[in-house]
Ligand binder design. Structure first.
Ligand code: HSE
Length: 416
């Protein structure tokens, strides 16, 4: 018999408890042992809960129980989650966490302590909700050199964009609905301003490239400035505006992580991922590319990933070494967003003559030695699918402005 505890009885924690009792016999079959939920840690009272006798307000009670072999952390935030998990790992108790803020800030420390005590710190639920991405990345794709990861990693913003664009809902109403569904973070700016997606790409980048990438090192821009006109213009140019989290390895070995709204052509399946769904594209030297899609947030989808980790922790009583990275003490292996070579989706401040604007852009590209690039334009926007350097992009934008095609803003274009 294996006993586990759940820390935090919010959306995800209550989902883990619900899922355990719903599918208990199947879960025990997969774990190869009978299981028991020993404790639920929460500072609030739940007198009417069917599990009322499981609740405790004291982490010490859980740590004092020598039968506890796995602790699932669903509290969110760095503290006290970090201290609690460190105490577990130092006692050789494996942990499973859905807490992306914690792993993005403290992953290297937690993994080092897990290694030192021959147990595991699992975090499948921290990225992509229900989607299996952590374990496939370090296990199934272990033979690859990873070159790029792109994805929609925040369900709330994808849901908001979708509701605004397809249902004509206001930003505020769409956010309120996301909160009602249990998708949104406690502090909505974590979703809307891109911080949640940033934490998740930090975790994927750290895992893929072996060095801890801290959120402060990642260029992060959210969706506040995206308008319905942007979306309509993108649609006319055969693409969708999505909040994309990315990391790319550069030729010199450094990596370039970033989070920002991007134009995603309809030829890329990520453009079609709507609502709360997330999608991660992983590119490797052996696989070319692989896509991982599913519900990126929500109670049972996220609980599914936590429960999977609990089962995994019960089955593997030794450290899984492929799931590791280290803090190198520097972030000098990270390139800034200015080094991103990419195409441009350009919005004009006023409607423009489409023939003249695309002709002018083609001439400007030719000046930059980018010949025969298929520039397309609609009355208030244009699309340049070439991989331009920052200097080339600035030269095109400056000259367009000088010629009377006032550019109000631009966003990067994701490859097809
Ligand atoms: N707020 C997050 C999201 C929850 O919307 O994706 C899942 O991490």
């Amino acid at each position: 018999m294996k006993k586990f505890a759940v820390l935090g009885y919010g959306t995800v924690g209550s989902g883990v408890v619900e899922l355990f009792y719903k599918n208990r016999s199947k879960i025990e079959e997969k774990a190869g042992t009978q299981m028991e939920l020993g404790y639920i840690l929460d500072l609030r009272d739940f007198p009417d809960s069917p599990y009322a006798e499981k609740f405790t307000k004291s982490m010490d009670t859980i740590l004092a129980d020598a039968e506890i072999s796995v602790v699932a952390e669903c509290m969110g935030g760095v503290e006290p989650a970090f201290s609690y998990l460190m105490q577990c790992l130092q006692r050789g108790i494996s942990v499973a966490t859905s807490n992306k803020e914690l792993i993005a800030q403290k992953g290297a420390e937690l993994l080092a302590v897990a290694n030192a005590h021959n147990c595991n710190c699992f975090f499948e639920a921290s990225v992509g909700g229900a989607i299996p991405i952590i374990r496939p990345l370090h296990r199934c794709l272990a033979a690859n050199s990873i070159t790029e990861i792109y994805g929609i990693l925040n369900g709330t913003t994808n849901y908001i964009l979708n509701k605004m664009l397809t249902d004509g809902m206001t930003f505020e109403d769409a956010l309120a609905k996301a909160q009602k569904h249990g998708y949104a973070e406690r502090e909505p700016s974590a979703d809307v301003d891109g911080h949640d997606a940033c934490r998740k790409i930090c975790i994927l980048a750290s895992l893929a490239f072996g060095k801890h990438v801290y959120p402060a090192s990642v260029y992060t821009k959210g969706i506040r400035e995206i308008t319905l006109d942007d979306a309509a213009a993108a649609d006319a140019l055969k693409g969708a505006v999505k909040l994309i989290a990315m990391v790319r390895q550069l030729d010199d070995g450094r990596i370039l992580p970033a989070v920002m709204p991007m134009f995603v052509p309809y030829t890329n399946m990520i453009s079609r991922v709507d609502g709360v769904f997330n999608c991660v594209e992983v590119c490797g030297d052996a696989i070319d590319r692989a896509y991982f899609c599913g519900r990126g947030a929500g109670k049972l989808p996220t609980a599914s990933a936590v429960m999977g980790d609990i089962i995994e922790a019960i089955k593997h009583n030794q450290t899984v070494f492929s799931q590791n990275w280290v803090d190198t003490g520097t972030q000098d292996f990270i390139a800034g967003v200015d080094e991103l070579n990419c195409g441009m989706f350009i919005r004009f401040a006023q409607d423009a003559d489409t023939v003249k604007s695309s002709q002018l852009i083609s001439e400007l590209l030719a000046e930059q030695s980018h010949n025969d690039i298929p520039v397309t334009a609609v009355k208030n926007a244009a699309l340049i699918p070439a991989a331009l350097t920052k200097q080339e992009r600035n030269a095109v934008l400056d000259k367009l402005n000088a010629q009377g095609f006032e550019v109000s803003h631009w966003m990067p274009v994701m490859e097809a």
